[in-house]
Design a protein around this ligand. Structure first.
Ligand code: IMP
Ligand code: MG
Length: 180
C-alpha cells in the first residue's frame, strides 16, 4: 500500500503544529481587521489548503476570492516576471485586501501582486504567507503575517507541491532526494 512517509526526508510541521498556528493567525487577523471591509485573496493552487483552514479561523464577515499566477521560465528558478492566469472576480475598490500565499521565496510574486492589487484600487494590501524563506529574498516585501520561517530547503505538503504532487499531505516536510 502507498505510504507517503517513504518519500519524506523530514516532517517540519505536523498537522497539529499547523492547526495551532493557523488558529493564532486567524485570531490575529480577526482582531486587526475589526470593522474593515476585508477581502481575503488566496493564490492558487499552493495556498488553497492553507486558505480554506485560515478563513474558518477568521471570525468576521469577510469576502473571499482566488487568483492564479505563474512565473515565466524554469519553475525552480524564479524569473521575476509574473503572469496572472486567473484574475479576481470582485471589485476591490476601497477594500482592505489580504493576500494569502503558500511560500514567500525570492519575493517576486508577492511584490508584483501587492502592486497589482493596489493599482486596482484597494485601500490597503497586506500579506499572509504560511511559510517564509527569508534567506532567499531578492526583492524586499513586507509580510505582515507569517506562519513559520523555514530554511532554504525544498518544501512540500499542505497545499505545496513538487511537480504537482504532495499537495494533499496533511503535514509540511521535505522530500528525500530520490523521491522524484
Ligand atoms: P517567489 O516569487 O520566488 O517568492 O515564489 C514563490 C513561489 O515559489 C511560491 O508561491 C511557490 O509556488 C514556489 N516555491 C518557492 N519555494 C518552494 C518550495 O520549497 N516548494 C514548493 N514551491 C516553492
Ligand atoms: Mg505559489
Amino acid at each position: 500500500m502507498y505510504n507517503a512517509m517513504n518519500e519524506i526526508d523530514e516532517v517540519l510541521f505536523t498537522r497539529d503544529d499547523i492547526a495551532k498556528r493557523v488558529a493564532e493567525l486567524g485570531a490575529e487577523i480577526t482582531c486587526d481587521y475589526e470593522g474593515k471591509d476585508l477581502i481575503v485573496v488566496g493564490i492558487l493552487k499552493g495556498a488553497g489548503v492553507f486558505m480554506s483552514d485560515l478563513i474558518r479561523e477568521i471570525n468576521s464577515p469577510i469576502r473571499i476570492d482566488f487568483m492564479s499566477v505563474s512565473s515565466y521560465g524554469n519553475s525552480t528558478v524564479s524569473s521575476g516576471i509574473v503572469r496572472i492566469t486567473n484574475d479576481l472576480h470582485q471589485d476591490i475598490q476601497g477594500c482592505s485586501v489580504l493576500i494569502v500565499e503558500d511560500i514567500i521565496d525570492t519575493g517576486n510574486t508577492l511584490h508584483y501582486l501587492r502592486e497589482y492589487l493596489k493599482n486596482r484600487g484597494a485601500e490597503d494590501v497586506k500579506i499572509c504567507a504560511l511559510l517564509d524563506k527569508p534567506s532567499r529574498r531578492q526583492v524586499e516585501v513586507p509580510v505582515e503575517y507569517v506562519g513559520f520561517e523555514v530554511e532554504d530547503k525544498f518544501i512540500i505538503g499542505y497545499g505545496i507541491d513538487y511537480a504537482e504532487k504532495y499537495r494533499n499531505l496533511p503535514f509540511i516536510g521535505t522530500l528525500k532526494q530520490s523521491a522524484d
